[in-house]
Design a protein around this ligand. Structure first.
Ligand code: SF4
Length: 357
């Protein structure tokens, strides 16, 4: 993107409409142009008449390039993309097929400042925030690739890739607005989930401003255990986190990455049940993917299943989620980390269409 030029992927329909009005378009022409441009970024041809003059003006005003996305497919059908921006920054996006839907997991930052102990990205530290068009561009590049290989159009978005989304809240919310425009990618707002490690002041802001679903990485329900896993928990304790979650009008997803000996015992279960009591929450149990700390591993599956059953028996909605894409660097940050550490490895990655993992 040339310096000083806006990007189409950062524009909502309303901002495009205002742009056209400010250049003298009539209200009808401005609305039609905005509709057409939002559709264009999503790779659609909108059947809305717009004069050539306005289309050319928009082409001059807005860049439309997408980041380079290198796909690697896992045997379970998950496709992990190493997404590279023109400045060399590298993040990940993941397309996860489920029966009847496809979820795209997006990154919000290059690296992350939050330093969770089991996270590969946390080891990298934060390089920079992604801009709105860079986040929306991940989704656009993934959608384009899925279409090219005959896979279904993505239906759901989760902000659970690299970065703490609430540390880049404005860009994340704007990207969600771009992706949910029904003239463009048309992802239903209730199918967009933004995840946080528990940045309490930003949760309140997110709930006040957003119309999207919230997920919170809980992982432990007593302060001492949680601080040992998530440095962010030293800043905001569980009482303040719980109070912020209670403000949500929609159900909140609690993520519980299961780690042997750290959060899988009957005591941990009791603490989690106490945390959930009176909240409108659902729990996702995710056996740990191998990460940077070798001594941290997932419990045996019987333990995970028993934990899930005990939650359900106590009336808490609990789902078991297996980590996706294990064989292509399934833990957050691993694929991008591998490429960053050895850039020439990109040539050796099994690229979809030429070879499959
Ligand atoms: S788990 Fe998320 S918030 Fe924690 S370090 Fe990794 S990317 Fe950052």
């Amino acid at each position: 993107m040339s310096r000083g030029r806006s990007h189409l992927g950062s524009q909502t329909r309303e901002s495009l409409r205002r742009w056209a009005l400010s250049r003298g378009a009539s209200p009808a022409a401005a609305s039609a142009l905005a509709h057409r441009l939002v559709a264009r970024f999503a790779g659609r041809e909108a059947d809305v008449p717009v004069s050539r003059r306005w289309l050319e003006a928009a082409r001059e005003a807005f860049a439309e390039d997408l980041p380079e996305a290198t796909p690697v497919e896992d045997p379970d059908g998950t496709i992990r993309y190493a997404v590279r921006y023109p400045d060399g920054a590298l993040v990940e996006a993941v397309a996860i097929p489920h029966p009847g839907r496809t979820t795209v997991c997006l990154s919000s930052q290059v690296g992350c400042a939050r330093g969770c102990v089991f996270c590969e990205t946390g080891r990298l530290g934060l390089s920079r925030n992604l801009e709105t068009h860079e986040i929306a561009g991940q989704f656009a590049a993934v959608s384009r690739h899925l279409r090219a290989i005959g896979r279904p159009t993505p239906t759901n978005v989760v902000f659970m890739g690299m970065g703490e989304p609430l540390d880049n809240l404005d860009a994340v919310l704007c990207a969600a607005d771009v992706l949910s425009d029904d003239a463009g990618f048309a992802v239903a707002p209730r199918r967009i989930t933004v995840s946080t490690v528990g940045v309490v002041p930003k949760i309140r802001e997110f709930l006040a401003r957003g119309r999207y679903r919230l997920a919170v990485s809980l992982h432990a329900a007593n302060d001492e255990d949680r601080r040992a896993l998530l440095p962010a928990a030293r800043l905001w304790d569980l009482a303040s986190l719980r109070a912020a979650i209670a403000q949500s009008r929609e159900p909140v997803l609690l993520q519980w990455t299961m780690i042997e000996g750290r959060n899988d015992s009957p005591r941990h279960l009791e603490e989690l049940l106490a945390f959930c009591r009176g909240l409108n929450v659902r729990v996702n149990l995710i056996p740990l993917n191998p990460g940077p700390e070798e001594e941290l591993r997932a419990p045996a599956m019987e333990v995970v299943r028993a934990f899930q059953k005990a939650l359900r028996d106590a009336g808490v909605r609990a789902l078991l989620r297996m980590p996706h894409g294990r064989e292509v660097g399934g833990a957050c940050g691993q694929l991008a980390g591998a490429l960053r550490d050895a850039p020439d490895r990109r040539q050796r990655l099994p690229v979809l269409g030429r070879a499959r993992v």
